[in-house]
Design a protein around this ligand. Structure first.
Ligand code: SAH
Ligand code: SF4
Ligand code: F3S
Length: 436
């Protein structure tokens, strides 16, 4: 019956959580006969899993949906669905704007995807459901995972923090934690499928409340045999506990890397962002982490151009970056999200200034990242091989425990191997080396 297999083209935007949701939806759709394809023309179903964290993310989705108009005209039986955060935010507006979209499914309803597609196979009509943003995400099906070495396991959904710039709590609903047994079973399944590295996911993993603390959960997953590397993200600085720091320090395969978004480096802006910590408190946390976990790498997220940001605030942020010396930082230009408090704040910053500040911020951080990477030249690092690099089949890529990207000439190793690489060259975003 292979010829009868229906084809699914899945397009995923946004964060790791969306990648994980897409894999779960692919798992559900597999149960009703859909196999993944990369070939758009062969697809019977196109599902776009969307992000709305910044306007640029939404623009990309609208562009993509627009491009499917012709395809849909040529092949009317094609089903086009939009899921994820932007689907949750826009709901029926998406169909109003693009009537060739067949269904819109909010984040809390992603486990309904197979039921919705089946009903559209029988009867074609527009379908929209964004009614329960905090809906349970089906645990009854194992995801159809992409890749073969590293993978994500969500431990909780939603966010209760309401940072004033952020749309996520509105489109992902309130925090819900999965049961530990469910998480363990999924990790065991992933390991059985051959995955070596597991990243536990949540908008704020430290508020995990599934009957044990996040530190306990992390330590328990660390004991599952076959988990060769264990990571987690994201940690909110306000609740990264001493217990978690101790768990990482004492862990077996828990990687020495913490992604700890600071968002900004001045108390005034942090307060207006509702981040509920001060620069001083963050710096003390960094000190504590570095004292407890040797060779820990720290990465962060920063937003420039938040309403009310002055030159003085910005220069405090540059000083802050120079003081902390993050291994890497993801830097974003503030994007006004309607419905969030900051969208109505006074003194919105004009685009030109935002871009100038972003450039200045990146310049400072890039120098620091390069300096940090240069310090690794001549050292030998353990790399988990992920496969051939994107540009050259003879070059392999992998990551260090500290999550740095390493490229090295391909020998006999295979994806999934842990190998020692001697670093010979450092760049801002990657290291190059030779097998040791
Ligand atoms: N829950 C995670 C990630 C949230 S989204 C956390 O709290 O860290 C990922 C990043 O997008 C955020 O860390 C933030 O830096 C950025 N971001 C969120 N809303 C934004 C906005 N309106 N404009 C620009 N960047 C934004
Ligand atoms: Fe958004 Fe803040 Fe929640 Fe992160 S912690 S998802 S930035 S509201
Ligand atoms: Fe992630 Fe974007 Fe949603 S960052 S949680 S996919 S809004």
């Amino acid at each position: 019956m292979r010829g009868m297999e229906k084809k699914l083209k899945l397009i995923t935007y946004g964060c790791q959580m969306n990648v994980a949701d897409s894999e779960r939806m692919a798992g559900l759709l597999r149960q009703i006969g859909y196999a993944l394809t990369d070939d758009l023309d062969a697809a019977d179903l196109i599902l776009i899993n969307t992000c709305c964290v910044r306007a640029t993310a939404e623009d990309k989705v609208f562009g993509q949906i627009g491009r499917f108009k012709t395809l849909k005209r040529l092949k009317p039986e094609l089903i086009l669905g939009v899921a994820g955060c932007m689907a949750q935010k826009e709901g029926a507006n998406l169909i109003k704007r693009a009537p060739h979209v067949d269904f819109v499914l909010g984040t809390g309803q992603s486990s309904e995807v197979a039921r919705v597609v089946q009903s559209l196979e029988h009867e074609r009509k527009h379908f929209v459901d964004t009614s329960n943003v905090s809906g349970e995400i089906g645990a009854e099906v194992f995801p159809l995972r992409g890749g073969c070495v590293t993978t994500f396991v969500p431990i909780m959904y939603g966010c209760n923090n309401f940072c004033t710039y952020c749309i996520v709590p509105y489109v992902r609903g309130r925090e819900r934690s999965r049961k530990p047994e469910e998480i363990f079973a999924e990790v065991e399944q992933a390991v059985a499928e051959g995955f070596k590295e597991i990243t536990l996911l949540g908008q704020n993993v430290n508020s995990y409340a599934g009957g044990m603390t996040f530190a306990e959960l992390l330590s328990a997953v660390d004991k599952i045999s076959g988990v060769e590397r264990l990571r987690f993200m994201t940690s909110h600085p306000k609740d990264l506990s001493d217990e978690l720091i101790a768990a990482i320090a004492g862990g077996k395969n828990i990687c020495e890397h913490i992604h700890l978004p600071v968002q900004y480096g001045s108390d005034k802006i942090l307060r207006r962002m509702n981040r509920v910590y001060t620069v001083e408190k963050y710096l003390r946390l960094v000190e504590k982490i570095r004292a407890a976990i040797p060779n820990v790498s720290l990465t962060t997220d920063l937003i420039v151009g938040f309403p009310g940001e002055t030159d003085a605030d910005f220069s405090e942020t540059l000083d802050f970056l120079r003081a902390v010396k993050f291994d890497a930082a993801f830097t974003f230009i503030y994007s006004k999200r309607s419905g969030t408090p900051a969208a109505n704040f006074e003194n919105q910053i004009d685009d030109e200034l935002k871009h100038r500040r972003l450039d200045a911020l990146m310049k400072v951080q890039n120098e620091i990242s390069l300096e940090k990477n240069r310090a690794l030249v001549d050292s030998v690092v353990e790399v988990l091989v992920e496969g051939a690099s994107k540009t050259d089949e003879k070059i392999f890529m992998g990551r260090t425990r500290s999550n740095k990207l390493v490229l090295f000439a391909h020998g006999a190793e295979r994806a999934g191997d842990l190998v020692d690489v001697k670093i010979s060259q450092a760049q801002t975003w990657l290291l190059k080396g030779i097998r040791n």
